[in-house]
Design a protein around this ligand. Structure first.
Ligand code: HEC
Ligand code: HEC
Length: 183
């Protein structure tokens, strides 16, 4: 009887860590899939997408024939920083800004991907810029381009939580073995 109870406790521990880890991941995913992050983390098609519609389910193309190209900074056509300066425009629908303005490499696509797919990408050193999860937390803590998501200028909904909270969620997720959801 006692032995049986002991076995239950031992087996319950990893399941508990798994639950804590998945709960942390769900909050991370809420941020990563938000338009303020996902509109830059797009795939190889012409876009970046733009915030004319706040609904992630109904984004609008960037317009003005903007094509990020292979460079991801528009150097083949019109450079992103022709309009995107280091600072947000103070006007609604003016161009937002950060110290650099570039799309991430296509393999860091989050837009249109499932939670499980984003989770797998973030953990994959071949697709995440060869980073450990600790390095990902550092990037979120220090990178101005990421911080843009919480200070996106007038008329745009900021990403949920804060950079500091996101760093905490990433550390909790890592400590729990960085589990990914089934889908
Ligand atoms: C203006 C475009 C832009 C926006 C907006 C943006 N990112 Fe990124 N992000 C980038 C670029 C460019 C890189 C590639 C940096 C590198 O590898 O050095 C990147 C890489 C990353 C990475 C590391 C690679 C990976 O995908 O595993 C993380 C994590 C990240 N961004 C988080 C965020 C979060 C969180 C937000 C929203 C709060 C956000 N980003 C918004 C452009 C953007
Ligand atoms: C001709 C000016 C212009 C150029 C060039 C330009 N943009 Fe934009 N961009 C804008 C404006 C203006 C907005 C804001 C539109 C709005 O809020 O209605 C915007 C918004 C965005 C957004 C949405 C940000 C958010 O948080 O919703 C992204 C992403 C973006 N641009 C990426 C790029 C990239 C990448 C390039 C280069 C390949 C680029 N833009 C080139 C003018 C420009």
């Amino acid at each position: 009887m006692i032995r049986h109870a002991f076995a239950l406790v031992v087996m319950a521990t990893p399941a508990f860590a798994q639950d804590t880890g998945l709960a942390a991941w769900n909050k991370i995913h809420e941020v990563f899939s938000h338009p303020r992050c996902a509109y830059c983390h797009v795939g190889p098609d012409n876009v970046p997408l733009v915030s004319l519609s706040e609904s992630p389910a109904n984004p609008r193309a960037h317009g003005m024939n903007i094509n990020a190209g292979k460079s991801r900074v528009g150097s083949e056509t019109v450079a992103c920083n022709a309009c995107h300066t280091p600072h947000n425009s103070p006007l609604p629908h003016g161009a937002p800004g950060a110290h650099v303005w570039a799309l991430p490499p296509v393999e860091m696509q989050w837009f249109g991907k499932s939670s499980a797919e984003i989770c797998a990408q973030v953990k994959d050193r071949a697709r995440n810029g060869n980073r450990s999860i600790g390095d990902i937390a550092d990037l979120v803590e220090h990178e101005g381009l990421v911080h843009y998501g919480w200070a996106p200028g007038p008329g745009r909904e900021p990403a949920p939580y804060s950079a500091t909270q996101l760093v905490e969620f990433i550390k909790q997720w890592d400590a729990a073995g960085a589990p990914c959801p089934a889908q």
